[in-house]
Design a protein around this ligand. Structure first.
Ligand SMILES: C[S@@+](CC[C@H](N)C(=O)[O-])C[C@H]1O[C@@H](n2cnc3c(N)ncnc32)[C@H](O)[C@@H]1O
Length: 293
């Protein structure tokens, strides 16, 4: 189906407003390829007709499929992920952050005020099919049941929130079921044996890991202060899809959401150069962790 320059401009602005995705001038094909099936399913004969139907919103009498915004978000966003993606950031979590965070747990447990015993909270923002938060949960489980963990620190002291803009992704992540292809990407044999069980065609994460993660649908371009404070925020391979203005706004919100000395972890190829001055980089091997100043 033909996508004229004018249709491209209108639809990319619509998508930008919906989820912050910044589609560059030369990515006409992205909208054409990813939205064409929706245009056809909606019974529209052109992108213009589809756009006009979208503009009518929920007013009755339009052709648009139910939950069209959700379907557009699913079609246009990229959901690439894997367990322990890039390896080294998870080594940094295991060897550096978890020992630090367990000290925080002990401090909070010894407080006498109303926040006594408050959990250490980690937020994985933009999780796609959930491999990232489940990787963290496996590390926390392993760490808190191991010999180097401080006495009195248990996995229940850690709260793990996982969010994505896409409810379809959240639903898939909550099933905790992964295909042969998915478990072959990043999981070692020991974690597979310890934390998964095999069903007919897929592998399911055991309840002891699954129940450590709470899932919610959150659009990062909207305010998210209602989520409360966090000790660690992971936002990996999500900001790359946004323009600088959106990145700056989200980084400001992350700064507000992080507690004093809290940590931000980005994707292995991402950085906050010229975008935020509220973090100091801390190098741990190949990984750069950003600590709130
Ligand atoms: C490439 S995946 C990254 C998954 C995982 N963090 C990783 O690094 O493997 C990007 C995810 O960001 C989500 N996303 C895109 N725009 C978003 C927004 N405005 N708010 C929240 N999540 C968004 C997409 O739905 C997608 O699941």
């Amino acid at each position: 189906m033909e996508l004229s320059q004018q249709e491209f401009e209108l639809l990319r602005q619509y998508i930008y407003n919906l989820c912050g995705l910044a589609i560059s001038d030369n990515k006409n094909y992205l909208i054409r390829q990813r939205l064409e099936p929706l245009v056809i399913k909606s019974g529209c004969s052109s992108f213009s007709e589809f756009y006009n139907e979208l503009r009518k919103g929920d007013a009755g009498g339009n052709k648009i499929l139910p939950q069209i915004e959700e379907k557009i978000i699913n079609a246009i966003t990229t959901h690439e992920t894997s367990f322990f993606r890039d390896g080294h950031p998870f080594q940094a979590v295991k060897k550096f952050l978890l020992p630090q965070l367990s000290k925080t747990v002990i401090q909070r447990k010894s407080r006498s005020n109303y926040r006594k015993g408050a959990k250490v909270r980690l937020w994985s923002a933009g999780v796609a099919t959930g491999q990232e938060p489940y990787s963290l949960a496996m590390l926390i489980h392993e760490f808190t049941s191991g010999a180097i963990c401080l006495p009195g620190v248990v996995k229940e002291d850690f709260g793990l929130l996982a969010t994505d803009i896409s409810s379809t992704m959240i639903s898939k992540a909550m099933t905790a079921e992964y295909s042969r292809f998915e478990i072959k990407r990043g999981l070692n044999a020991e974690y597979l044996r310890k934390f998964f069980f095999k069903e007919k065609k897929h592998w399911t994460i055991k309840n002891e890991i699954r129940t450590m993660v709470e899932f919610r649908q959150i659009n990062l371009i909207e305010p998210f202060q209602m989520l409360g404070g966090f000790d660690v925020i992971l936002c990996r391979n999500v900001l790359i899809y946004f323009d600088n203005l959106t990145k700056i706004r989200i980084l400001e919100q992350f700064t507000d959401a992080l507690c004093k000395n809290g940590w931000l972890i980005l994707g292995a190829t991402e950085n906050i150069f010229n975008l935020s001055y509220t973090f100091r980089p801390v190098h741990f091997g190949e990984t750069i962790l950003y600590q709130k100043k």
